[in-house]
Design a protein around this ligand. Structure first.
Ligand SMILES: Nc1ncnc2c1ncn2[C@@H]1O[C@H](COP(=O)(O)OP(=O)(O)OP(=O)(O)O)[C@@H](O)[C@H]1O
Length: 252
């Protein structure tokens, strides 16, 4: 069974078609990368795939269950790190993770233990009592990830989890996610870092202009090339030649 199965997903904002008939099959137990240029429709797709944004058309099955038929029930099995959604940042880091755990129906003792574990793992124990509004961008990402993990979901959907995260924390997050996948979980991540996706993920989809251009195992999609070269080939768009001529100091 697929962990996530998306069929014919469409979303329009005014005259802008952000997602134009996206189909994705995320096998259970896979580490799935979603890549695409700015404005490709990744965040819109993931928002619809996680119950944050209602699609105009299309269906989303999470482990065989129709998400939009019963969002609260199906969302219970998902852990989500949305991109650009405001957290309740007037809470401290510890309060925010606690709140996320209680909201997911965990008992207080379990929430207390897991919150401490997560803060330690993400190197945030020293800032447990700092307001999230005062966190750096990378710390905010990590506390968001802790909130996504606290109820031990079977499927994790993470929109740009490594953005602004320092290299040591990124390596820790990679290890945590790899162990989670090894333990039977499924991870979907969007990222702009092709090298990271090539090394970390076993499956990948390339999306541009609201369409899926390629999907499959990383080796199938990249063929003989690196994922980055294949991405540029699929998406096109290297158009710097002759651009911004006025920026060159040699034109003085
Ligand atoms: N709420 C909205 N209202 C209007 N247009 C939107 C809205 N959200 C997204 N869009 C548009 O939909 C398109 C896809 O946006 P989306 O955020 O899904 O792209 P993305 O692939 O996540 O991009 P990036 O890599 O830059 O984060 C863009 O053209 C964007 O301007």
């Amino acid at each position: 069974m697929s962990a996530l199965s998306i069929h014919g997903l469409w979303k329009r904002f005014g005259t802008k078609i952000a997602v134009a008939g996206v189909d994705l099959e995320v096998p259970a137990g896979s580490f799935y990368g979603l890549v695409g240029p700015n404005g490709a429709g990744k965040t819109t797709t993931l928002s619809m795939a996680t119950g944050l944004l209602r699609p105009d058309f299309g269906s989303v099955l999470v482990r065989g269950q129709d998400l939009w038929a019963d969002p609260p029930a199906v969302k219970a099995g998902l852990g989500v790190l949305p991109d650009g959604v405001r957290l309740f940042d007037r809470l401290t880091g510890a309060q925010l993770v606690t709140y996320a755990g209680l909201l997911r129906g965990l008992d207080r003792d379990t929430v207390r233990d897991r919150t401490a574990d997560l803060l330690r793992t993400f190197d945030l124990s020293a800032d447990a009592d700092t307001l999230v509004v005062d966190y750096s961008a990378g710390m905010t990402k990590k506390i968001g990830l802790a909130c996504a993990l606290v109820h031990a979901p079977r499927v994790l959907v993470l929109d740009e989890p490594f953005e602004a995260v320092d290299p040591v924390s990124a390596a820790n997050i990679r290890d945590i996610l790899a162990a989670y996948v090894a333990g039977g979980g499924t991870v979907v991540v969007s990222s702009h870092v092709m090298d990271l996706v090539q090394r970390m993920c076993d499956h990948v989809a390339v999306i541009a202009g609201g369409h899926v251009l390629a999907q499959g195992t990383v080796d199938e999609v990249r063929g003989e090339a690196s994922l980055e070269d294949r991405f540029v080939e699929l998406v096109g768009g290297r158009r710097t030649e002759g651009a911004l001529a006025w920026l060159r100091t040699s034109s003085d």
